[in-house]
Design a protein around this ligand. Structure first.
Ligand SMILES: CC(C)(COP(=O)(O)OP(=O)(O)OC[C@H]1O[C@@H](n2cnc3c(N)ncnc32)[C@H](O)[C@@H]1OP(=O)(O)O)[C@@H](O)C(=O)NCCC(=O)NCCS
Length: 144
């Protein structure tokens, strides 16, 4: 029998920053330098006692449709796995955990933005996980 050694828990801005620093994501670290905002969620992937990856986003942002009705959507702001642990499906686990949590809280869809210089590199990863180009510079996956 095989066991999955990865656990996903909620975490802190400093745990996430350690991952984003190792991944060279300076803007993420700057954003988190004063801690998480009230509406931000941080998920940490653990391999044993070691932090292996992090996802930070806003799972239940409020917006209004054309008819003025409220709805919720989620924004995945940052996702990274430590270089040494890539390719073990930890990024996928974090992405799915963030999407599941956001959808269960009532979000219509999960959105993310890729830096224009990284789209070529990353779009395959997100497309294979159900995201498509929303045409406004963001990529999204419906909760339904
Ligand atoms: C993108 C990232 C989070 C993926 O994490 P990961 O744990 O290595 O990814 P997973 O192991 O879950 O995914 C592996 C699968 O995705 C595929 N994959 C990984 N990166 C891919 C890419 N850029 N394009 C297409 N497929 C990709 C792998 O081939 C593998 O496929 P398989 O399951 O069929 O074998 C990680 O590479 C990373 O931290 N990158 C740097 C930070 C970053 O760019 N974050 C995203 C922008 S905020």
């Amino acid at each position: 029998m095989t066991t999955d050694p990865t656990r996903i828990t909620s975490g802190t801005a400093s745990q996430a920053s350690a991952v984003f620093t190792a991944a060279g994501m300076r803007t993420a670290c700057e954003d988190l330098s004063e801690g998480l905002a009230d509406d931000e969620l941080c998920l940490i992937a653990w391999l044993g006692e070691e932090v292996a990856g992090a996802a930070v986003g806003r799972p239940d942002s409020l917006a209004f449709d054309d008819a003025g009705r409220e709805y919720l959507y989620a924004v995945l702001e940052w996702l990274a796995v430590l270089p040494v642990h890539r390719g073990l499906h930890i990024g996928t686990r974090l992405l799915e955990a963030f999407c599941e949590l956001s959808c269960s809280r009532g979000a219509r869809a999960v959105h993310l933005r890729m830096s224009p210089s990284r789209v070529t590199e990353l779009q395959g990863f997100y497309e294979a996980r159900g995201f498509s180009d929303a045409g406004d510079g963001s990529w999204s996956r419906s909760c339904r």
